[in-house]
Write a protein that binds this ligand. Structure first.
Ligand SMILES: Cc1cc2nc3c(=O)[nH]c(=O)nc-3n(C[C@H](O)[C@H](O)[C@H](O)COP(=O)(O)O)c2cc1C
Length: 171
């Protein structure tokens, strides 16, 4: 069984999870989305990692995903929000829906997300934005502070567990 892990990352959070995932997949090629092949032919399983950008898998991951056909795939990713939030669930559903567009011939085995530290520069820009759409509340501050600790060792272990389970279904 030959497997492929492709990841998109800005600040390294998703790369860290990608490396953990790749280490438990058989005969795995691991590559950043910028170097990923246009076709996934020859791979029995593909894992695509993205960072969440305004409620969606980031643009580079989406663009690469457009070319993925006849694949068995699953997603992983990192985001600032809580992984069990509606926001996270919607993002996962959107990613999966793109892969499952008719005529693509893909089979999706699920998605897994964890928190990832938010670039302080982005937080600064957001705070300065006129009509701040995300005002700072105690809840939001706690979430950002928690995100700053992730992805951690436990996230990597849980991602590995998710993909081990997925692999059993793919086989
Ligand atoms: C421009 C931008 C937009 C973002 N949008 C969201 C978002 O909609 N929801 C969310 O939960 N996190 C959002 N985040 C946080 C990132 O998804 C999170 O920090 C992620 O772990 C970054 O991953 P990376 O280090 O692999 O680039 C955003 C971050 C940036 C820079």
């Amino acid at each position: 069984m030959k497997t492929l892990v492709v990841y998109s990352t800005l600040t390294g959070n998703t790369k860290k999870v990608a490396e953990a995932v790749a280490s438990v997949l058989p005969e795995c090629d691991l590559m950043p989305v910028e170097e990923a092949p246009a076709s996934v032919e020859g791979y029995d399983f593909v894992a695509l990692g993205y960072w969440v950008d305004r409620g969606l898998p980031d643009q580079k991951a989406r663009t690469w995903l457009e070319g993925v056909k006849n694949a068995k795939l699953a997603f992983f990713g990192t985001l600032g929000a809580w992984p069990d939030s509606d926001h996270a669930k919607e993002c996962m559903a959107r990613g999966e829906a793109m892969a499952l567009e008719p005529e693509r011939g893909n089979a999706v085995y699920g998605s897994w997300l964890c928190q990832g530290k938010i670039d302080p520069k982005i937080l600064e820009v957001m705070a300065k934005m006129a009509g701040n759409v995300h005002p700072m509340t105690p809840e939001r501050r706690a979430r950002i502070e928690e995100a700053a600790k992730h992805p951690d060792e436990n996230d990597c272990l849980r991602a590995q567990e998710f993909f081990r389970t997925v692999l059993e279904k793919v086989k």
